[in-house]
Design a protein around this ligand. Structure first.
Ligand code: DON
Length: 304
């Protein structure tokens, strides 16, 4: 019997094509503001290793905050539970780049997915290394996860964010003021901006997410207990202040990025990547979320 997944993806991509209410493309990183909002792509890799996709599945996009999942895996592999002394595990209820929360909580970020927490996580990966080495490790992890060496950092995007990343500089210096940064703020941020500028297609991202699916498909980069914990963090914190609404509507652990991508995991069943550059008010892909909501409903995929 042919899989029902492909026709469902085809229909979703077709319907999304004609939508006019596509949200707003991120413009605080000038290079991202140039991306056409008309793009839409969705890819699924199943536990059995089958790959399905529809839309612009061969066009690369900026992974941005989705890369926080990969640096978290590396940092946990390196430091284990010690990381939790530097960053919490609670949903933030605030914007991804909130400064006020970091001050109220004495420089210990709420979780590893808000920017402050991700900067601490990247700082942990960087400790004892040059930024070039740390970046080689991060891109190496993503390529290994996807089993695809054709994944790269977009220098123009990294530089574009670096030149105007004032909020992240504020966060990093505030972390340093609270003795929660091991490297110079400029070094950690340089690494963080380059990590965020990793570019991949939805096919590559869905493949890179296989290690979070559990089961036997793809390389086993992280132990099963850690996979469970990472999925718990994705469910509760992966969409920032929109995490509750995303769990309500989609019911899957997922991580978004301001490039308009979302990586979602159906534990033991599938890894899904979707991309539509227009964002909602929380900085999460508007049509990407809708597409996942439909796919989850039609495939009866939910962790609940
Ligand atoms: O630090 C930033 O603001 C960006 N490099 C990443 C933010 C992001 O992707 C938030 N996610 N929706």
């Amino acid at each position: 019997m042919p899989s029902p997944i492909q026709p469902v993806l085809d229909q979703i991509a077709l319907d999304m094509q004609s939508r006019t209410d596509r949200g707003h493309v991120a413009d605080y990183i000038p290079e991202l503001a140039r991306v056409a909002p008309s793009h839409f792509a969705i890819s699924v890799v199943t536990a059995g290793g089958n790959v399905f996709g529809a839309g612009d599945i061969s066009t690369g996009f900026s992974a941005q905050s989705i890369t926080k999942v990969f640096t978290l895996a590396i940092a946990l592999g390196r430091s284990g539970d010690q990381l939790w002394q530097r960053v919490g595990r609670e949903p933030s209820g605030n914007a991804f780049n909130s400064i006020v929360q970091l001050e109220n909580e004495n420089g210990r970020p709420r979780n590893p997915f808000v920017n402050a927490g991700a900067i601490v996580t990247t700082d942990e990966v960087l400790a004892g290394r040059a930024p070039k080495q740390a970046l080689a490790e991060i891109i190496g992890f993503v390529r290994a996860a996807a089993e695809d060496s054709d994944i790269h950092i977009n220098e123009a995007v990294a530089r574009s964010e670096q030149s105007l990343g004032h909020r992240n500089f504020a966060l990093a210096h505030f972390l340093a003021a609270h003795d929660n940064l091991r490297n110079a703020p400029e070094m950690t941020l340089g690494t963080y901006f380059h990590q965020c500028a990793i570019e991949l297609t939805t096919t590559q991202l869905a493949r890179a997410g296989r290690f979070l699916m559990g089961g036997t498909e793809g390389p086993r980069l992280v132990s099963q207990p850690r996979v469970r914990r990472m999925n718990a963090l994705m469910l509760t914190c992966g969409h920032y202040d929109g995490s509750g609404d995303f769990a309500f509507r989609v019911g899957l652990p997922a991580k978004s990025g301001v490039g308009g991508g979302i990586l979602a995991i159906v534990p033991g069943v599938a890894s899904i990547a979707v991309w539509s550059p227009g964002l909602d008010e929380n900085g999460n892909s508007k049509l990407g979320t809708e597409a996942l909501e439909r796919l989850a409903r039609e495939m009866d995929w939910s962790i609940f």
